[in-house]
Design a protein around this ligand. Structure first.
Ligand code: PLP
Length: 519
């Protein structure tokens, strides 16, 4: 019979003893300890359970455990520190353990557009909110969550979104989800597989991939300097109109333009006329520097617009918290999908977030962050002016990233490779298109997670990388095959941009210039 340990107090250790075996129990325990250290299951400096606790766990005498520890210590696997316990010895640990995966070397100057200032996370305010939540939350808060989200958070969100974004929200229309990413999953499932969604082109490949993976059929909606060309939504003769349109009206991702007021009106008119749904991804609207505020579209047509928000840009993507404000017709279906997906988001973090809103700490954090980001934005604009003559920075009146139009076209893969050699992470615009464009005349640069000196140095290095890039021509011909395009980008850049071969994120839909697909 195999006896397992692991249920007693103190550090736990899974040890199996076979009482039916002929090998004595003490020898079995010694074998198990040696094996656990050698294999790396017990890394260096791990404290072992106290001999009394392990003995009780295994149903053996304490003497047996003490002797086994002594033997294995004598062999150099363990060492005991008086008064502190028995530990895995440094030298012995993991001598046969598989090599840990090499840490991914992130570029030192990474202009990844998806990050806020990670060092600026309001740790103290968050810790205080968590501590107060743990102190005050009733016992029922530790049960299964409400799939719609904690009432306290939905109330706080409704108030915040009404006040700050002009969103027409009441707590009953809100579903808290694991970031915009899960919001997309829930929406497609609620709208049904096969739903046709027009997406801005360029847009965010990672989100298109999520939509497509849920069975949505994607249609390209081109973007120009006034935002998505919504007037092109009108169906071409014989084609199916989309059922929904995904837009980033406050700060188009990635071009940074705002959806012009007449186009906002036209999009809402389209929704009213066709019964279509507008999905408004308001991902970074909290950051606005030198342009007048633009309220959320949802406030103008709450019956037709799904409003989507997230803490990924205001606090941190690691929290995985976002929200949907839903038209009445979609609430039940989305709540049901959320229940099926995971029963609801973690309650404690939701309650802590509610406290941040209610205490004013969230607004205070945003005010500080805005000041810091404005300085970083200014640093980026002046560094580009200094180091990249002929380039133009656009899309910087709001948000946390810029679009930099280059003085000359480059092969995107060559640029990413050259930038990587200079430890710069750079994201060519061409990967944002449904049909990836290998020749790039612009790059998307997130500046929020880099200090001002780092921005200056990163742009200086980017200039060096650009100087090393061949003109698209000779090399470009090599990179034109889809297979090369998909595999040729440096791994890191591919992962970050979500770059993929054409068609892979759009199901079978072949994007066409704004007209609905005919598939
Ligand atoms: C366009 C856009 N929408 C939404 C998000 C946030 O996504 P999530 O809430 O899943 O982290 C991001 C983050 O970078 C984004 O770029």
């Amino acid at each position: 019979m195999i006896q397992k340990s692991g249920a007693n107090s103190g550090p736990e250790l899974l040890v199996e003893l076979d009482r039916a075996a002929r090998r004595p129990l003490r020898a079995q325990l010694e074998d198990a300890l040696r094996e656990a250290v050698r294999s790396g299951r017990l890394p260096a400096n791990t404290r072992l359970p106290a001999s009394r606790a392990l003995a009780a766990d295994l149903g053996v005498s304490r003497r047996l455990v003490v002797d086994a520890y002594a033997q294995v210590s004598a062999e150099g696997y363990l060492l005991s520190r008086r008064g502190a316990g028995t530990f895995v010895a440094d030298a012995a640990a993991a001598s046969n353990a598989p090599a840990a995966a090499a840490p991914r070397t992130a570029p030192r100057f990474d202009f990844f557009p998806g990050y806020p200032d990670l060092a600026g996370f309001p740790r103290r305010a968050w810790m205080r909110a968590l501590r107060e939540t743990l102190r005050d939350a009733p016992d029922r808060a530790f049960g299964y969550p409400d799939p719609r989200g904690a009432t306290e958070l939905r109330r706080a969100l409704a108030e915040h979104l009404r006040r700050v974004r002009g969103v027409f929200a009441d707590p009953e229309s809100i579903v808290v989800c694991a970031g915009a990413a899960q919001g997309f999953v829930l929406l497609v499932r609620a709208l049904r597989a096969g739903v046709r969604i027009a997406v801005e082109d360029p847009g965010l490949p990672a989100h298109r991939a999520i939509l497509a993976a849920q069975g949505a059929r994607l249609v390209a909606l081109p973007v120009d300097e006034r935002g998505a060309r919504v007037h092109e939504l009108a169906a071409a003769p014989g084609a199916h109109p989309p059922d929904a349109v995904l837009v980033t009206p406050a700060h188009q991702s990635p071009t940074g333009v705002a959806l012009a007021p007449p186009r906002r009106a036209a999009l809402l008119a389209w929704a009213a006329a066709t019964g279509g749904v507008v999905i408004e991804d308001d991902y970074d609207a909290e950051y606005r520097y030198d342009r007048p505020p633009l309220g959320a579209m949802q406030g103008l047509a709450p019956d037709r617009v799904v409003y989507m928000g997230t803490v990924s840009k205001t606090l941190a993507p690691a929290l995985r918290l976002g929200w949907l404000v839903l038209p009445p017709a979609l609430i039940d279906a989305v709540v049901s999908e959320k229940t099926l997906a995971d029963h609801g988001c973690p309650t404690i973090e939701q309650l802590a977030l509610a406290r941040l809103f209610e205490s004013g700490a969230y607004d205070r954090h945003l005010r500080q962050a805005r000041r810091r980001y404005r300085l970083r934005r200014d640093a980026l604009v002046s560094a580009v002016g200094r180091h990249l003559p002929g380039a133009a920075v656009t899309g910087v009146a709001a948000g946390l990233h810029a679009l930099v139009r280059l003085a000359h076209e480059v092969d995107g893969i060559e640029l990413m490779r050259a930038a990587e050699r200079h430890s710069v992470g750079v994201y060519p615009l061409g990967y944002g298109y449904l049909e990836v464009r290998p020749v790039h005349d612009a790059v998307v640069l997130g500046y929020a997670n880099l200090s001002e000196p780092a921005i200056e140095e990163g742009i200086r290095r980017l200039a060096l990388a650009l100087a090393e890039c061949p003109a698209p021509g000779a090399r470009l011909r090599r990179s034109r095959s889809p297979a090369r395009r998909a595999s040729g980008a440096p791994a890191q850049a591919r992962r970050r941009t979500g770059a993929r071969s054409p068609g892979s994120d759009g199901r079978s839909t072949r994007p066409c210039r704004g007209a609905p697909d005919s598939g």
